[in-house]
Design a protein around this ligand. Structure first.
Ligand SMILES: Nc1ncnc2c1ncn2[C@@H]1O[C@H](COP(=O)(O)OP(=O)(O)O)[C@@H](O)[C@H]1O
Ligand SMILES: [Mg+2]
Length: 429
């Protein structure tokens, strides 16, 4: 059984974690992702219509998060549509939040990645609230995307996962851990294999080297964000890796969160809160309506034990690409066992190119194997023919060519039968 190293609370005595898990995932108690679930604070007044720094006119509010509110805005000089994120007024005087807001800006400025939102400006409102101007991403966040469409086709889930792995690998390569990968922080445009995702909200990201144990984090009530004792946001319950609560930030924390996000997209269900205490090995993929290959790939991301997880976002990306080869263009999440349809989509990343090369490798291996088998069969046949010819000459003196070839064929068949019998014996033992 795999358990979390730090377990703030355990299931009630006598209730097997797995029983609880089965009940939660298969029964009516399934929690559905709901838009706005993580918005615990009262929304501040809507600033639509306000012009910031005589440059950006706020058009409409797109959303509120844990740290600030985001507006669609218009860059007055060119009319270009942009997104403006403004720190909540109540945090504008708190040094820790200012540091986080500025760090988000700095990381976004440093990262140039197609799946990470781009930032283009930074300033303060007339009442001193910092704001940053970003590219406007059309589309909706992943929570809403799933709420609108239900569980997503597996090919789409894999594509979303691959793009996010790519983005995370880029962040991790610079020593930055996102720490708040949730469906609300993933924006989605399009669907199916053409889906395009962008990672937003690096408000709680942390450079691993920066981590300090100034305050042991503690759990806030369910549905609220995790905060450090200093009141700083740490992540979102249900998505944060079990060990992240008292360990330095690590790439595997983001891998876990991404695994939970993909699990929800593939099943349309929330991962039960008892997950960290469940027995993942015993989960039956069919209970979740998932193909066993899909489940195995997802499970390795959401293993409660970090050592059992993918070691990196890159490793997870490779696993997703392998999975894509297995499920192909299937729109079913619970594809038939042994389904080996191959994807026909155009590979997009260099890792995809690696994966795309594999079918060719397999064909080469198959052809070589067939040639070897043919050569062995031919050699055996020739030896039998020769032996039979010798035997025929020694006994009846019949036409060696005819009789030897006939006997040789049947003996090869007999030998093959014996071979089959002995190999099945061998496999039985
Ligand atoms: N660049 C953007 N384009 C479009 N919508 C955005 C953009 N950035 C954020 N949003 C919307 O605003 C919401 C909150 O943004 P986020 O950066 O997550 O804020 P917080 O740090 O407060 O959680 C997001 O869930 C999303 O709906
Ligand atoms: Mg957010």
């Amino acid at each position: 059984m795999t358990t979390s190293p730090s377990t703030p609370s355990l299931p009630a005595p006598g209730v097997a974690p797995w029983t609880l898990f089965s009940r939660v995932v298969s029964g009516s108690e399934v929690e559905q992702p709901a838009a706005g679930e993580w918005e615990n604070e009262a929304a501040p007044p809507d600033l639509s219509g306000t012009v910031l720094r005589a440059c950006y006119e706020l058009v409409r509010r797109l959303g509120c998060g844990g740290m600030g509110e985001v507006y669609e805005a218009r860059f007055l000089a060119s009319g270009q549509a942009v997104a403006v994120k403004i720190l909540f007024g109540r945090y504008a005087a708190q040094e820790e939040f200012l540091v986080r807001f500025r760090r988000e800006l700095q990381v976004l400025e440093a990262i140039r990645h197609p799946n990470v939102v781009r930032v283009r400006d930074f300033d303060r409102t007339s009442d001193g609230r910092p704001f940053m101007v970003m590219e406007l991403i059309e589309g909706v966040d992943l929570a809403r995307h799933v709420a609108q469409r239900g569980r997503l086709p597996i090919a789409e889930v894999i594509e979303i996962g691959r793009q996010l792995c790519d983005a995370l690998a880029c962040l991790h390569a610079r020593g930055v851990i996102h720490r708040d990968i949730t469906p609300r922080n993933v924006l989605v445009e399009g669907e199916g294999r053409d889906v395009k995702v962008k990672l937003i909200d690096l408000g709680v990201c942390k450079a691993t080297a920066e981590w300090y144990a100034e305050a042991r984090p503690y759990m806030t009530p369910p549905g609220r964000r995790l905060r450090t004792r200093a009141g700083m946001i740490l992540g979102t319950p249900g998505y944060t890796a079990p060990e992240a609560i008292d360990h330095p930030p690590a790439p595997q924390h983001d891998v876990y969160s991404l695994g939970v996000v993909l699990f929800e997209a593939a099943t349309g269900r929330r991962l039960p809160r008892v997950w960290a205490y469940a027995i993942p090995e015993r989960v039956d993929a069919s209970t979740l309506g998932l193909d066993r290959h899909v489940w195995r790939t997802l499970l390795k991301a959401i293993e409660p034990c970090p050592e059992a997880r993918y070691a990196s976002a890159t490793a997870m990306a490779e696993a997703l690409e392998d999975l894509q080869l297995v499920v192909g263009d299937s729109t079913e999440n619970a594809a038939a066992e042994g389904d080996s349809r191959r994807g026909s989509g155009v590979p997009r990343s260099k890792v995809t190119a690696r994966a795309a090369a594999r079918p060719q490798d397999r064909w080469v291996k198959l052809v070589v194997a067939l040639l070897v088998i043919h050569a062995i069969a031919d050699l055996t046949h020739r030896l039998r023919v020769r032996d039979d010819a010798v035997m025929s000459n020694m006994t009846a003196g019949a036409n060696p060519a005819v009789s030897s070839s006939t006997h040789g064929l049947s003996e090869i068949e007999g030998a093959a039968a014996e071979c089959g019998a002995s190999s099945s014996c061998a496999s039985d033992t």
